[in-house]
Design a protein around this ligand. Structure first.
Ligand code: NAD
Length: 561
């Protein structure tokens, strides 16, 4: 982030400078203020920049042209990631201009799928730290470490302990790429000022033996600390966040599922927070489901959902589906009976032998004979919707997809596992095996598929559609907590934003090029929901659209003199 002057914030969602304005080399090193070759002649004279820059002054458009040329010349996605990260560390305004104007091209680099590869190689490509690394060795000193952050009014924290990074497993401290990427999306998609975001990695070790043996591993090369010591560490962290950054909203990110549900439940009352893997994924999947019903003509309350994977994402989606189905007239028991799960040990049923079912699976343990495979479960359940959240590539086999097409005129198939390498099936397989009848969405992007002369454009069922808008809306109205009802409101609004043109192309989400508009609409829906339930603490006009627009960070250069 460069050497960032401490910034204090007054109201609204844009920080106001407090410290003296930097000059000369310090200004060029400040990524939030730096304009590089775009500093004007007057600024160069007034701010001690003469000689520190080449003489020609460029416009921002010219800088964007140069960035795009260099970006597109990079040979692979990881090189593009490194290039963009370097730009972000040098000149954030230019970085966000490029991100905003070329969202469809940039988001798959800064986020899934490339961020997965970047995390795997974070030790090797590490240039300079971004965010805070807090290790379990620093127990007792967490508040002091939070105060080392140069911004005193942080509003959005994204924190991981690196145990379940995308579908890639335990990457320990290398998981930092995820909070960094998600915060970049808060700014690029919703307009949160970049100074308000703080990425944090809690390093409690890693159970990934090859990482521990890697001489370039950046984290603590020790087994994960678990149990009481882990819980005490997290409790100290939560207390420290409340004390040091009392206005911050916190997003739990990519924790393993033995901790994720617990951390969310235990800390929700203490800290305004949500878990994106559970709640954000749920909202994006329910939105996709609502949009797909416009094509299949079915009713929400009549769907049968079969999930592969009964972790954070799967049961999170089912919980939100149940909430939506209940508001459409079903009882909770009736709605739960419509959600079926296959996990690593087979169909989730009440009388399953072996390990006891984890708490989050219990509402969905059905009365049925145990079945081992997904194929058997498809035959037994006859799902209208098949959802992959297992992190297991290729598990939606051609035979399973053909069976879905036998059972349904318009089968709905979501292969949500990230990154692309872990998706349960490819877009091509699903369209081919269902003769183009499937409504398909994937977690990471797939290129359009041509089948019998028709082009299918798969939608990306990714929570990038959800969390920036939900977080921005919650911050804008000072929401006391982030409720499931807010996620349901966001899901409904997202489904409404899918156009007839999107559906005609086979896409059940809006184009990523509309992500700023989508995030704004979701933020407005969240503000409305917060107000209705008395959770908003900041007064906004009755129609908050203009206010929310005006508060967004705009990636344009300001005149400094
Ligand atoms: P998790 O670890 O909580 O759950 C994984 C589940 O998969 C577990 O229930 C496990 O038993 C099951 N599983 C593992 N191997 C299996 C197998 N061979 N057969 C059947 N089930 C198996 O993880 P999670 O947070 O639920 O995430 C799962 C996947 O979903 C990841 O790949 C993640 O990237 C993806 N995800 C996508 C989005 C999105 O926006 N599209 C959001 C969140 C998570």
């Amino acid at each position: 982030m460069g050497i960032m002057t401490p910034i204090s914030c007054d109201s609204g969602l844009s920080p106001v400078g407090g410290a003296p304005f930097p000059r000369g080399a310090a200004l060029l090193a400040n990524s939030l203020l730096n304009k590089g070759t775009a500093f004007t002649e007057r600024e160069r004279d007034a701010l001690g920049l003469r000689g520190l820059l080449p003489p020609r002054v460029f416009t921002m458009d010219e800088q964007v042209g140069r960035v795009l040329g260099n970006f597109r010349r990079k040979e692979n996605a990881l090189e593009k990631y490194i290039f963009l990260t370097t730009l972000q560390n040098r000149n954030e305004t230019l970085f966000y201009r490029v991100m905003q104007d070329h969202a469809e091209e940039m988001i798959p680099i800064i986020y899934t799928p490339t961020v997965g590869q970047a995390c795997l190689e974070y030790g090797a490509i590490f240039r300079r730290p971004r965010g805070l690394f807090i290790s379990i060795r620093e127990r007792g000193r967490i508040a002091e470490i939070l105060r080392h952050w140069p911004v005193i009014d942080v509003r959005m924290i994204v924190v991981t302990d690196g145990e379940r990074i995308l579908g890639l497993g335990d990457l320990g401290a290398l998981g930092m790429g995820i909070p960094v990427g998600k915060l970049a999306l808060y700014t690029a998609c919703a307009g949160l000022h970049p100074a308000y975001g703080l990425p944090i990695t809690l390093d409690v070790g890693t159970d990934n033996a090859s990482l521990r043996a890697d001489p370039f591993y950046l984290g603590l090369p020790q087994a994960r600390v678990r149990g009481a010591a882990y819980d005490e560490f997290i409790a100290e962290f939560v207390t420290a966040v409340r004390a040091v950054f009392p206005r911050a909203l916190l997003q739990w990110e990519d924790f393993g599922n033995t901790n994720a549900f617990r951390l969310l439940q235990d800390n929700r009352p203490k800290l305004c927070s949500f878990n994106d893997d559970i709640q954000g994924t749920a909202a994006v999947a329910v939105a996709g489901l609502l949009a797909s019903l416009r094509e299949t003509g079915g009713k929400l309350t009549e769907q049968r959902l079969l999930f592969l994977g009964a972790g954070e994402a799967g049961t999170g989606i089912a919980d939100l589906f149940v909430a939506a189905a209940c508001s459409a007239g079903l009882s909770a028991a009736e709605a739960c009976a419509r959600c079926w799960f296959v996990d690593s040990e087979g169909l989730v049923v009440r009388n399953r032998s072996g390990r006891p079912l984890a708490h989050h699976k219990l509402p969905y343990a059905q009365d049925h004979a145990p079945l081992r495979t997904l194929a058997e479960a498809v035959d037994a359940v006859r799902p209208t919707i098949l959802i992959g959240v297992s992190g297991q590539a290729g598990t939606f086999t051609p035979a399973i997809l053909r069976r879905m097409a036998e059972l349904n005129a318009r089968p709905v198939v979501f292969a949500l596992s990230n990154p692309t390498s872990q998706a349960e099936c490819t877009a091509e397989t699903v369209y081919r095996e269902t003769q183009g009848r499937a409504l398909f969405a994937s977690g990471s992007p797939f290129a359009p598929v041509t089948l019998n002369g028709r082009i299918f454009t798969p939608g990306q069922g990714n929570n990038v559609y959800i969390f920036p808008g939900v977080g921005y809306g919650a911050l804008a109205c000072g929401a006391r907590e982030i409720t499931d009802a807010m996620f349901l409101a966001a899901a409904r609004r997202l489904a409404e934003l899918v156009t007839a043109g999107d559906l005609a192309m086979g896409r059940i989400y809006p184009a990523l090029t509309r992500i700023r508009e989508v995030s704004l609409e979701l933020a407005i829906a969240v503000v409305a929901e917060a107000r209705e339930n008395g959770l908003a603490t900041i007064a906004l006009p009755d129609d908050p659209r203009a206010e929310l627009c005006a508060r967004r960070f705009e990636a344009v250069y300001r005149d400094y003199v």
